[in-house]
Design a protein around this ligand. Sequence first.
Ligand SMILES: Cc1cc2nc3c(=O)[nH]c(=O)nc-3n(C[C@H](O)[C@H](O)[C@H](O)COP(=O)(O)OP(=O)(O)OC[C@H]3O[C@@H](n4cnc5c(N)ncnc54)[C@H](O)[C@@H]3O)c2cc1C
Length: 427
Amino acid sequence: MANTPYPQSYYAASANPVPPRPALQEEVQTDVCVIGAGYTGLSSALFLLESGFKVTVLEAAKVGFGASGRNGGQIVNSYSRDIDVIERTVGPKQAQLLGHMAFEGGRIIRERVAKYNIQCDLKDGGVFAALTPKQMGHLESQKRLWERFGHTQLELMDQKRIREVVDCDQYIGGMLDMSGGHIHPLNLALGEAAAVESLGGKIYEQSPAIRIERGANPVVHTPQGKVRAKFIIVAGNAYLGGLVPELAAKSMPCGTQVITTEPLGDELARSLLPQDYCVEDCNYLLDYYRLTGDKRLIFGGGVVYGARDPANIEAIIRPKMLKAFPQLKDVKIDYAWTGNFLLTLSRLPQVGRLGDNIYYSQGCSGHGVTYTHLAGKVLAEALRGQAERFDAFAELPHYPFPGGQLLRVPFSALGAWYYSLRDRLGF
Ligand SMILES: Cc1cc2nc3c(=O)[nH]c(=O)nc-3n(C[C@H](O)[C@H](O)[C@H](O)COP(=O)(O)OP(=O)(O)OC[C@H]3O[C@@H](n4cnc5c(N)ncnc54)[C@H](O)[C@@H]3O)c2cc1C
């Protein structure tokens, strides 16, 4: 059987040691079968185990193989569309619920790291950097909005102040969120997987779910085994493929690329980001970066619609890095990789049930590190019979991409072209 390794990323090269995990080669019985061992699957599994459920996780490749083990590592609050958009889309009660949940994911991550002693280089502090007065105005209203939902660890920064936290002369100001921050994302996933196993959960790697037999007693089939479960959680996100056809129509996998420099040394690293905060700019097609535990710069940006792998990632991302930090012109790039996230048309997550016993959450459209941790909690609540918060997500409206599967890539590329033009011209 195929043995799918991690991509050649900085994260795979600096991963904490992990035990070998078997492929499923028998028939097993469980309360909940989770498909996918990214943050959505692992967070669900952990909350369910803590509530006394028996849980089996099936992972097509390895724990954290997908976006959860490849991302920028930035703990960013709220959703890929902010609460004001939600307020305009849904009724006040649903908006209140979703608004208050928007800051929970970061707390869950910190609780997990502390409770299970996860070694993942957790650092506090994330910066949203404004390139234009319009973006700065947006940050000012974002601060007021977030404070309305009880989130107060925020500081607006003028041009002088932002230069104290990031040595880049592109920004006219920004906002610091001290409950944002960053992590080594693969080590977070591996630590969560170890926590799942410490509570008696089973994780099978190299075990793709290839068919779901639906009905009162659903069965998930893998190439060499099967899982009989009371409930199924589908958490394959952008890597799910066609396993659940209903989920493919309203979402689109997209690639985004990341590079990692050689170690910069303490002095250069400190000169770029003296407080070791992470930074993302406010463009629609945004750049994001941060230091690693061993003082490399991880820099990401760009989107490839339809999740095709670009041939030369360094050629795409390095110029963006040098635009922000020309002082790195002689620095070598040690790693470059791509990963897929799942875009929805509204950019809000897609959550729901298929029948009585198949649950899913996917499509957080870019900012997913915090949301996926929250999703695990909300899915576990729903399986325990407390579905109010789950329903608040499940009732968000979702629409298929215009033109269906065939046209969704050109349509989104056109949208991205329009937004990148807006970013460049500042309107
Ligand atoms: C390059 C990149 C950078 C990003 N940077 C950030 C960031 O800095 N901050 C932020 O908030 N968000 C970021 N994101 C988004 C964030 O990483 C994702 O939203 C989040 O990790 C999604 O988690 P997930 O568990 O839903 O999906 P994934 O992590 O993709 O996990 C899905 C898993 O399911 C498995 N799977 C799929 N199908 C099957 C099957 N049939 N059977 C068994 N297993 C299956 C896959 O192998 C995979 O391991 C980034 C994404 C990418 C790609």
